[in-house]
Design a binder for this molecule. Structure first.
Ligand SMILES: Nc1ncnc2c1ncn2[C@@H]1O[C@H](COP(=O)(O)OP(=O)(O)O)[C@@H](O)[C@H]1O
Ligand SMILES: [Mg+2]
Length: 244
């Protein structure tokens, strides 16, 4: 399998406060990985390291053979993140936010048109229906949406981005269970949704233990260290008790 992302001997610490320690992890193309662990175990830190937004105190992050700090902006758009705090632009409408996912694929003029009105309307609507929002929501302003709707717009923006890998920091935390299952099913089992290419590789953190059976590999963190890294089918429930 082609290696996409490699975390090599990663540690993050601030003075004596250790956030993650000696993390070694390789993600290959096509893998569906759930990252589990209690609050404070290091999930968000690991996701931020993996997408290159947080520099580790020690170790290297490699994206397709190159140091993640050295890759071009265009290449880095192949790494898609669903941030815990979503990073939506409250003053823009839903379509404009969704199109922000595709900024790196277009030029300045396209970005300017996106700021001035609604462009690529059908594509934005496909991304919205994929996350079970209504087509007419493209006109809504982010500031008027509920927490769960905002989360789904952030996922729609990620779909518009069409990255090679999805890194998600608790992407289903405030979605109801049926919606979470449906969106997870789209990410894990579908290759295409109308004209949108669904990312093949996913690494997402979860605290909903009932969703982990959808993944083929489980990584369990405890106190900043990897305690489990195994196929889902090999995990014993006693090991989950150690994590939680
Ligand atoms: N910006 C920060 N500065 C210092 N310590 C942090 C920071 N963010 C998180 N931590 C600490 O790092 C550890 C891991 O946190 P985090 O990665 O947010 O865990 P999780 O996402 O699993 O809840 C915790 O002990 C937390 O208090
Ligand atoms: Mg977190």
């Amino acid at each position: 399998m082609t290696k996409l992302l490699e975390l090599k001997n990663i540690s993050v610490y601030h003075k004596e406060n250790i956030r993650v320690k000696n993390i070694n992890l390789t993600v290959s193309q096509g893998e569906k990985i759930a990252l589990i662990g209690k609050s404070g175990s290091g999930k968000s830190t690991l996701i931020s390291i993996a997408n290159g937004s947080l520099l580790p105190s020690e170790g290297n992050v490699i994206w397709k053979g190159n140091n993640i700090n050295k890759i071009s902006k265009r290449e880095s758009s192949n790494i898609g993140t669903i941030w815990q705090d979503l990073c939506l632009i409250e003053e823009l409408n839903v379509a404009q936010n969704i199109n922000c996912g595709a900024l790196s694929k277009h030029n300045f003029l396209w970005a300017l048109k996106n700021l001035l009105g609604i462009i690529d309307k059908e594509l934005c609507q496909e991304c919205l229906t994929a996350v079970h929002l209504s087509k007419k929501d493209i006109y809504s302003y982010i500031s008027k949406l509920s927490g769960g709707q905002k989360k789904r717009v952030a996922i729609a923006r990620l779909l518009r981005q069409e990255p090679e890998i999805v890194l998600g920091d608790e992407p289903f935390s405030n979605l109801d269970p049926i919606l979470s299952k449906n969106i997870l099913n789209l990410l894990i089992n579908q290759r295409k949704y109308y004209s949108i290419k669904i990312p093949e590789t996913i690494l997402i953190s979860l605290h909903q233990i009932n969703l982990i059976n959808n993944f083929d590999r489980i990584i369990g963190l405890k106190d900043g260290k990897i305690l489990i890294d195994r196929p889902f089918l090999d995990i014993k429930s006693s090991e989950l008790d150690l994590i939680f």
